[in-house]
Write a new protein. Structure first.
Length: 92
């Protein structure tokens, strides 16, 4: 009973991420790429935390809550941002 309660508390505190990834390098990366056209979708299912989605082409990047190398995920977030800057082709 006691164990179940403490697990529930832990689970609850994990849930109150408020849109912020628990791993700082990833939270910072997501913050730095926040812009129109990119959307952070929280799922919280299993080890999946959510995903970063490009609203222009629909591509997404899976974000795990406890990746082995958070910095690696942070780099992938930055690359996803660069890759999905769908510039409108003006003046052509
Ligand atoms: Zn895209």
């Amino acid at each position: 009973m006691y164990v179940a309660q403490s697990q529930r508390l832990l689970y609850t505190s994990n849930m109150v991420s408020g849109g912020r990834h628990p791993k700082k390098p990833i939270a910072d990366a997501l913050k730095s790429v926040a812009r129109d056209g990119l959307m952070v979708v929280e799922i919280h299912r299993g080890h999946r935390w959510g995903m970063l989605r490009c609203t222009v082409c629909g591509a997404d990047l899976a974000l795990h809550s406890t990746p082995r190398v958070p910095e690696d995920t942070a780099r992938r977030v930055a690359r996803f941002d660069v890759k999905h800057r769908h510039q409108p082709e003006e003046g052509q």
